[in-house]
Each structure stands twice: as structure tokens, then as C-alpha cells.
Design a protein around this ligand. Structure first.
Ligand code: SF4
Length: 1007
């Protein structure tokens, strides 16, 4: 390439006034070449750097417009081919069609058909030249594509070239003009035909002899071989294929090599070299051996706030708008789980209408929506109603608070409106599970325009690229397909797109991909990622046409070996175009997998330019030295701490690290205190919260389950009720399960209560044969209620779980029929709770238990109260896990309180009537035993235990549980906790100097 530029420079001098046309394969090369001439101080007047397509379109444009024909959009190819293939008549035996759902198959088909078009092949020319099994389908597909273009009045690239090549006049070039073509590019047959049809004086381009490429002589530029010359060490890269013949290495510092441990270290080392050598960044070009490292490189240099241009462009699916659309597609595919949508809201990728994203995420949590479309609107409506009811029901409520509730209700309404419009954009699939392609693509487009949050220039660029891409997809005629196919197709198409590519600009560091186009010719070039296999293209046969079929169709068609040779030529030409100061590097470990990587032969031979005796990788590694794993040694850069600790004693390391990162110093101090035997502020001691949460001081009613939780882990209680942390309510639904244990339990509780209330009204006792059917009817009512909130994943799962519930209910009924000695009188008896069923014993006010020197306000619901002889029995249904407390336990360290406290509450509700028993009842099929009965303990005993349980609320000593295997397994706050060990907490508990833990010590000894 360098010789070609020198040739252009010479032509600029020798043919100052003549028009000079330079045909290049890409627009970016059309801008790079003049810039390189300018860098060399060449006045390039009268040069026109153009792609053949630009000229061809200029020539036939007026004809196409007058005939009402428009160019075919570039992105449309793969989708169009997939669409046409599925619409082929059924009597054409399928060869490729069964694989169309595989990612990339549509792209393979499109590339091959496009190649055939660019070779000027007509469908009939394929007949007799292909394998029998594929011929009918491929011929029909090529014909269908041509018919589609005709019918929709479109012209593809091939058509533009073919028509312009056949024009007898209207050429932009004149006979006297000079015509040159970029060396090494191999044109397609129709491009070649068009270029050959242009009038003008053809100049042979100068190129080096980098080996043979089969098609170059017929399709490439008319060229002449020139000799290699080199003034600096970097110029010796022209001898990369033959280092033994290269001139002597001068060690002038223009060619450097290094090895890094991983790609991030490699990029940081490049950055370090730029900083330490004080290179002006707009004199630096970073050439990446593969585009996969692009985003990492951008991040690396953006971290320094260096302005960068990139001809590669960033991956669209890594952009925020790309992430938003990918997230939405994922939401569709997984069955609309609320959990996934909340992620999109809370990461500020989607904003639902006028409702801020954070508020929407919070509300979605509160709605308890689960998944499936049907679960959203009713739940949002319910939430809105709750806010409004709360705002209007309490006349004594602070007006400011009531106003806040009304605002929330309005936001819930806004969220509901957004869901309504979203579901209109993405209409529900038909009963067979099909959706309309065009409707859903339009839906994505509308969501992108209205709901995707854009927070900067880069987001806007990505959004514009996405909009353009989706608009082109809309040109396809609509068709019906399953949701999952839609998602997979879109995902696959999006994953290949890039955005934000730009030409190099003054004041910017430039990043480009090595081999994709020639370097822009800056003074300093870093070629990054020269590992084995990055620049080579293995000879792989095309998935659609074999080499043999290609040979039979037309010699000008590429074959697998051509790909390899042509790519190699391109790479060598790019190495040959490097001048100024060049640094080549590679990483010896893969960033993702940790796998060991070898340098490419290009880097090996570059090292041999320096030392021709080099004959093995071992010697190369010795010469390159230890791979750089930590790049920064710059004192002012905190990340340079690694360098500053190398070789130091362990005790000298901390000051260096903590100097660079003060928050690590604070963390280390906290950790030391946690590990000590002293109970500190880092272990949950919050004296400021003492009595603030204690119901005995505040008289705010507390439930018994909260008391049990407090006994289990005071720290969890503080996180939840002191700091107000709320665990994420939404979870990804389990596709194989419908009802979780809690929902199952509440269904059974509701059925038990409604069944018994009915019996109570009639004065009946349970009879299995008579009541079995009625119990099922109650169950159906409850299941319908649940379905509105929690849609059923499938009919099979619904049937399975309903059957299990029926079996449990029948088991319950048999047990009840046999319990003739008891008379249930109260069901779901609430206290301190709102009351829906007018239970005679229930009351909305809390029950306040008097314990002499203190009083405890309580709220809750007693599952059942049975009349038993001359007294009563409190019954608590257990439909899930068995009790964790051992049989011998009475209070089990304060975790077994309910039976004892409810006995006192029941006596209070029954105006002093005796409670003889307080029991746990296990009426489900899988229960090990049916009853666990307790004599209610004496009031004084209960008071002693409750005092110890409540003590953390009095002292502010919210210590962690020291039995993590027992208590942390199902804790929702594990992520907010974590840094403690059982051993250190035990040590604090055993340390008698920690006075505030005295009551906890005594509680843990309570049987
Ligand atoms: S994870 Fe364990 S120690 Fe931490 S809050 Fe939860 S139960 Fe307590």
C-alpha cells in the first residue's frame, strides 16, 4: 500500500492538471488515502477517490428513478432470503430450509446468493452444476429473489453494476482521465465488468509481490510488481514473509515488540507507553487484530478521557439502547416475567411513559405481578386502588402523606397505561402461538423511540443505528412466526451490528481493525492482539456451495483457498503500509477463558527481522521478557500500586495499597474489628436505634412471627425494620412450578376457613362423603382468585397442582370427620388487623398483653379456635415445612413462641376463658405427624422469654446469628450481610466484657 501511495504522490506531481480517478473498495479507504497523501505533504488536486458503486449509481440513478426503481436496502438481505425460502412451494424439496431456524443460516444463504448475483449468474446457469439435492431449492430461491426485486421495483448492487456497465454514454470518466485501482483488492465479476467499461487511461498500480492469489489476474487491479526499499526498522516489515532477505536491522527504535499477560494489560501497556513517551494522541493509531477487543480498547482509553475515533465501531448490543431491546426480547421469550422487566427499569434502560424508571421498578415489585401478560394490569389496578383507599380512608392522616399516596396512585395509573399501550404494540400471539412480523418490529421501533432511556451522545448514535436497522426490516412483507423465532431472529441480527464508527480526526486517538483497511499512517502505530489465528483465515468451504460446485458455475467465484490467500495478501499489505514508529504486541492468555495463546507468525517473523538466529518460541519469549501483566508504574496513578509493592515485605505493602485506596483502609479496619472478640458498630451495635424500634416504648403492634425472627437473627430484624431494606420481591418464575409454598398454604388456609364458616352457619359437623364436593368448590373459587395474579404456566402443571391440593383437602376432611371431640368456633381470627369476615371473636384493635412492668401490643391472626371440653384449643395450621424446633423444646431460644403467645391472646379475646391447649396441626398428605400439642406455659415464663427476645430493641445490640447453616439459608438479606463468620460472632457472644449481649446469651440457653 505504501508503494501505491508513493505512486499517487508521483502522479500528483507528473499529472498535475489531469483528472485522476482512484477506485477503492470502501468509503473509509476513500477518505484514508487522501489523508495519507496530505500527511506526506502532497497536494492531491484533481484526484477523485471513489468506490465503483458510487460511480455506477451516479450513472444509472436517473434511469432507475424514472422507472420508479429504488436501491434495495443493504440490511435487508438475510431476512429477505429467509422469508423467500420459507415461501417456496412445498413441492420443491427442502435442502436448506430445515436449517433456517439455526442462527446464521439466513446470512450464509444471503452471502452466497449475493455472490452469485455479483458474478452475474442467472438461475438457469446453476442447472446441472449443483448437487441434485440442493439444486432445485437454490435455483428457485435465486429466481424468487430476482422476482421479488422486479415485483417490488428494487435494484440490488449487482443490478446497478450490470445496468451501468451496459450504458453506452453518461460515464463520468473521460478518455483522457487517469484511472487507477487500489492494489490487492479483488473485485467481483460484475464490478470488474463495470470498471473495464469506463473510458480512460488505465495506469497499472504498484504493488509488492506477496505471493499468488488465483483470481487477482482476472479480477484485481492491473498492477506491476515493484521492489522493496526500507529506510527504517519499521520499513523492514515489508520483508515479513522473508526476514532472511531483509536489510540489516538498525535498532533505530522504530520497531518494538512486547508480550502481555492478557488483553487488558496489553492495552494498558500501550497507554503507559503513550503517556511515558508523551506522544500526542492524534499521532497515535491503535490497530486491533480483531474487532472483539474494540470495546475494551475504547473503555481503556476513555478512562483517561482521551478523545477517540474508531473506524470499527462499538457492538450495538453492548450499547444501552441495544441492551434495552435485547432485554425486551428476552422478556418476551421467557414469558414476560416481571423480574426481568424490573431489571430493565431499575438499570434505567427503559422508562415507562411519564413514570420514572426507579419508581416503575419499585411499583412493579409492589404489584406482586409475576409473569405472563395477564398478570400485569389487574395487579397494577389493585395497587392503585390500595394507594387511593389508604389516602382516603384515614381522616386523621397527614395531608402531605395523603397527597404522596395520591401521587403514587397516579403513577400506578400511568404504569398501567404504559402496559396497555405496550401490549397493543406487541399484540398477543394467536391461539397457535404466531405473531405478525411487521407489527412486532413496529412495536420495537415505537418502544425505541418512546421508552428507551438515552443518556448521551453515544446512546443517541446507537439508537439512530437501531432505528435505521428496524426501519429497513419493515420493508419486508409481513409474515407470521412464533414469538421465539422472532426473538431469535432479531437477537441474531442485532448481535452482528456495530455503531459509532468514524474516520480519524485531528485531536483524537484513532482505533481501527488491522487488515480491514490500510492504516491511516500516523507517526506511532500500535498493533495489538497479534496472537496465532487472529489474522489468518482458515480454508473453510462455504456452507451453501462447495468449491467443486463453484468451479463448475464460474471460475471467478471464490473458493475456500482463495479466501485464505486473499486475506493473507490484505494483511501483508497492511503490514507493508506501516511506517513511522511501530509497536507489535500479543497477549499470552485469553481474557475470557484463561487459555494460553501463542504469538502469530507475523510477530515471530518481525522478531526475526531483529535477530535472524531466532528459531523457537522459547527464544522469542526470552527476548521479549516476562509478559506484562500490570501495566501502570506511574506514581500518580492509583493503579500503579502493583508496581510499587513488587519486592516489598508483606508488612510494607498495606500502606502503599491503602494510600492508593483509602476506602480499602477503612474496610480493612472494619474487618479487623469484626474478627475481634469485641462487639462493635461493625457487628450490628447501633445504640442510636435503642428503643426506637421497641414496641414496648412505641406501642406499635408487633406480630409473633416478627418476634420469632428477632430471636433468630437480630441483625436481620435491624436490616428489615430498622433500615427498611426490602428484599427484591420479584423472582424469575420456575417454569415447572405454578404455586409456591406460601401461595399453596394461603389457598388451603382460605378453603379451611370458608368451609368451616359455612358449617358453622348451618350448625353441622364435617362429613367426608357429604362435604368432599363442597370443599372442591371452595378450592375452585380460591384457585380462580390466584390465577388472576399468578397465571398458570401450562394446563398440565395446573392439573397436577390442583390434584395435589384436592388430595390435601380430602386428607383434611377425613381428619376433621374423625375429630368429633372438638368444636371449631373461630376461623382466621384477626387482632390488630382489618377484618373482612366479621368473625365474632376478631377485633381491629391490637391485643395488649400486660406483663406487670411492661406491656406488649400484638397483632396477628389465629388460624382456628376449637371448643374443647370446658376450655379452648388454639390451632395453627402447618401446610408447609415441619417445625424446626426439636420435640423437647419449649421456647427453642425464642423461635417457638407462637403457641405460647397465642394462648395468652386467645384468653384475652375470650374474656378470660381457659385455653387448655395450643397446637400445631399438620393436615396435609405428606405430614409426618398430625398434631404437636403444647400445654400453654405460665404467663411469667412467657414474659421472661419475651423480655430476652425484645432486649436487642432496648439496647440496640443487633448481633448476627452464629448458626448460619441453620438461619441464613433462606435469608433474603444475605447480600447485605455476608462478611461475618460464625466463629467470630461466637467469640463475641462468649466474651463476658460485651455486656450488651448478656440477654442474648441467656436467650440462646433457653430450651
Ligand atoms: S444472612 Fe444470616 S446473619 Fe445475615 S441477616 Fe440473614 S440471617 Fe442474619
Amino acid at each position: 500500500m505504501r508503494h501505491f501511495i508513493e505512486q499517487l504522490e508521483a502522479l500528483a506531481k507528473s499529472h498535475k492538471t489531469d483528472a485522476k480517478w482512484v477506485f477503492v473498495p470502501t468509503r473509509s479507504l476513500a477518505t484514508t488515502l487522501p489523508e495519507r497523501l496530505l500527511h506526506r505533504g502532497c497536494d492531491w488536486a484533481n484526484f477523485r477517490f471513489v468506490t465503483p458503486f458510487e460511480i455506477a449509481l451516479e450513472m444509472v440513478g436517473p434511469h432507475l428513478v424514472s422507472a420508479g426503481i429504488r436501491p434495495k436496502p443493504e440490511e435487508l438481505g438475510p431476512s429477505l432470503i429467509a422469508r423467500l425460502a420459507t415461501a417456496l412451494p412445498a413441492d420443491i424439496s427442502p435442502h436448506f430450509r430445515p436449517f433456517l431456524s439455526q442462527p446464521g443460516m439466513d446470512l450464509c444463504l444471503w452471502r452466497t446468493l449475493n455472490e452469485l448475483r455479483m458474478a452475474g449468474i442467472e438461475p438457469h446457469q446453476l442447472i446441472g452444476r449443483l448437487e441434485n439435492t440442493k439444486e432445485p431449492e437454490l435455483v428457485a430461491l435465486l429466481q424468487a429473489y430476482i422476482d421479488y426485486l422486479t415485483e417490488h421495483r428494487m435494484a440490488d448492487r449487482a443490478e446497478v453494476f450490470l445496468q451501468s456497465a451496459s450504458l453506452a454514454s453518461g460515464h463520468p470518466t473521460r478518455e483522457a482521465d487517469l484511472l487507477l485501482e487500489a492494489p490487492f483488492h479483488i473485485w467481483s465479476p460484475v464490478e470488474r465488468r463495470f470498471l473495464d467499461s469506463l473510458p480512460g487511461q488505465r495506469h497499472r498500480t504498484r504493488r509488492l509481490d506477496f505471493g499468488e492469489a488465483r483470481r487477482r489476474d482476472t479480477l484485481g487491479a492491473r498492477s506491476e510488481i515493484t521492489i522493496r526499499t526500507g529506510k527504517s526498522d519499521a520499513d523492514l516489515l515489508l520483508w515479513l514473509t522473508d526476514p532472511d532477505q531483509a536489510p540489516q536491522f538498525k535498532n533505530d527504535g522504530t520497531l518494538q515488540l512486547f508480550a502481555a499477560g492478557r488483553r487488558d494489560a496489553e492495552l494498558k501497556e500501550v497507554k503507559r507507553r503513550i503517556v511515558t513517551s508523551e506522544l500526542p494522541i492524534d499521532q497515535v493509531e491503535i490497530l486491533l487484530a480483531d474487532a472483539g477487543s474494540h470495546d475494551l480498547a475504547m473503555d481503556c482509553f476513555a478512562a483517561e478521557s482521551w478523545p477517540c475515533t474508531s473506524s470499527v465501531g462499538s457492538s450495538l448490543i453492548s450499547s444501552r439502547p441495544g441492551q434495552a431491546l435485547i432485554g425486551l426480547l428476552d422478556w418476551f421469550e421467557k414469558g414476560y416475567p416481571a423480574f426481568r422487566l424490573r431489571e430493565l427499569f431499575s438499570s434505567q434502560l427503559l422508562r415507562p411513559g411519564s413514570v420514572p424508571s426507579g419508581v416503575a421498578a419499585f411499583m412493579l415489585d409492589r404489584t406482586k405481578a409475576t409473569w405472563m401478560r395477564a398478570s400485569y394490569l389487574p395487579n397494577i389496578k389493585r395497587l392503585r386502588g390500595t394507594y387511593l383507599r389508604r389516602a382516603e380512608s384515614d381522616e386523621e392522616m397527614d395531608e402531605e402523606y395523603a397527597e404522596a399516596l395520591r401521587k403514587k396512585a397516579a403513577q400506578a395509573e400511568g404504569l398501567g397505561d404504559w402496559f396497555r399501550s405496550l401490549f397493543q404494540r406487541f399484540r398477543a400471539p394467536s391461539t397457535e402461538g404466531f405473531i405478525e412480523w411487521a407489527t412486532w418490529v413496529e412495536g420495537l421501533l415505537e418502544t425505541l423511540r418512546n421508552d428507551v432511556v438515552l443518556s448521551g451522545q453515544s446512546d443517541r448514535a446507537a439508537s439512530a443505528r437501531l432505528e435505521c436497522f428496524l426501519s429497513e426490516l419493515l420493508l419486508l412483507e409481513s409474515f407470521r412466526l412464533p414469538v421465539n423465532d422472532f426473538v431469535r431472529t432479531l437477537w441474531h441480527k442485532l448481535s452482528g451490528l456495530r455503531y459509532g464508527g468514524s474516520r480519524c480526526r485531528a485531536g483524537h486517538l484513532h482505533i481501527s481493525q488491522f487488515g480491514a483497511q490500510p492504516p491511516v499512517g500516523r507517526l506511532h502505530t500500535f498493533v495489538v492482539g497479534l496472537e496465532e489465528g487472529r489474522l489468518e483465515r482458515p480454508p473453510i468451504q462455504d456452507a451453501v456451495l462447495s468449491d467443486e460446485e463453484r468451479r463448475r458455475i464460474q471460475p471467478g467465484l471464490r473458493r475456500s483457498r482463495d479466501d485464505t490467500l486473499e486475506a493473507e495478501m490484505q494483511v501483508l499489505s497492511s503490514f507493508g503500509a506501516l511506517d513511522g514508529h511501530v509497536t507489535l504486541s500479543f497477549s499470552n492468555r485469553c481474557l475470557d477463558t484463561g487459555q494460553e495463546l501463542l504469538p502469530s507468525w507475523h510477530l515471530f517473523n518481525a522478531a526475526r527481522l531483529r535477530d535472524r538466529t531466532l528459531d523457537s518460541y522459547e527464544t522469542l519469549y526470552q527476548q521479549l521478557g516476562e509478559p506484562i501483566v500490570l501495566a501502570s508504574e506511574h506514581e500518580g496513578d492509583p493503579s500503579g500500586w502493583w508496581f510499587r509493592i513488587l519486592g516489598r515485605q508483606p508488612e510494607d505493602v498495606e500502606p502503599v495499597v491503602f494510600g492508593a485506596y483509602p476506602h480499602l483502609a477503612r474496610g480493612s479496619s472494619a474487618q479487623q474489628q469484626r474478627e475481634s472478640a469485641t462487639f462493635t458498630q461493625f457487628d450490628g451495635w447501633v445504640p442510636g436505634a435503642a428503643r426506637e424500634l421497641d414496641p414496648r416504648s412505641t406501642m406499635n403492634p408487633i406480630s409473633v412471627s416478627r418476634l420469632q425472627n428477632l430471636a433468630e437473627c437480630p441483625f436481620r430484624y435491624f436490616l428489615e425494620h430498622g433500615l427498611g431494606l426490602v428484599p427484591p420481591g420479584l423472582e424469575l418464575p420456575d417454569a415447572d412450578q405454578w404455586l409456591d409454598a406460601r401461595t399453596r398454604g394461603s389457598i388451603l388456609h382460605e378453603v379451611y376457613a370458608s368451609y368451616y364458616r359455612e358449617l358453622r352457619g348451618k350448625g353441622w359437623a364435617p362429613v367426608f362423603e357429604r362435604d368432599r364436593r363442597r370443599l372442591r368448590e371452595h378450592l375452585s373459587v380460591e384457585i380462580e382468585k390466584v390465577k388472576r395474579q399468578l397465571p398458570v404456566p401450562s394446563a398440565v402443571i395446573e392439573k397436577r397442582e390442583t390434584l395435589a391440593l384436592r388430595n390435601d383437602l380430602e386428607n383434611f376432611l377425613r381428619l376433621e370427620e374423625s375429630n368429633s371431640d372438638r368444636n371449631p368456633v373461630g376461623f382466621e381470627v384477626g387482632f390488630g388487623m382489618s377484618e373482612r369476615f366479621h368473625e365474632p371473636l376478631a377485633r381491629c384493635e391490637p391485643v395488649i398483653l400486660e406483663f406487670g412492668d411492661w406491656r406488649l401490643p400484638l397483632r396477628g391472626r389465629i388460624d382456628r379456635l376449637d371448643k374443647l371440653g370446658d376450655g379452648y384449643e388454639v390451632v395453627d395450621y402447618k401446610t408447609g415445612r415441619k417445625l424446626s424446633a426439636p420435640r423437647s423444646a419449649v421456647f427453642d431460644r425464642g423461635r417457638l413462641l407462637q403457641y405460647a403467645v397465642y394462648a395468652l391472646v386467645a384468653e384475652h379475646l375470650l374474656d378470660g376463658e381457659r385455653v387448655l391447649k395450643s397446637s400445631y396441626y399438620f393436615p396435609t398428605v405428606g405430614a409426618e405427624r398430625t398434631w404437636r400439642r403444647y400445654e400453654p406455659p405460665a404467663r411469667e415464663e412467657v414474659k421472661q422469654v419475651l423480655g430476652k427476645v425484645l432486649d436487642p430493641l432496648d439496647t440496640g445490640a443487633f448481633v448476627h446469628t452464629h448458626r448460619s447453616h441453620e438461619d441464613c439459608r433462606y435469608c433474603d438479606f444475605r447480600r447485605a450481610c455476608g462478611a461475618h463468620t460464625d466463629a467470630s460472632i461466637k467469640a463475641k457472644l462468649e466474651n463476658q466484657d460485651n455486656d450488651v449481649l448478656e440477654s442474648r446469651r441467656r436467650l440462646l440457653e433457653t430450651k
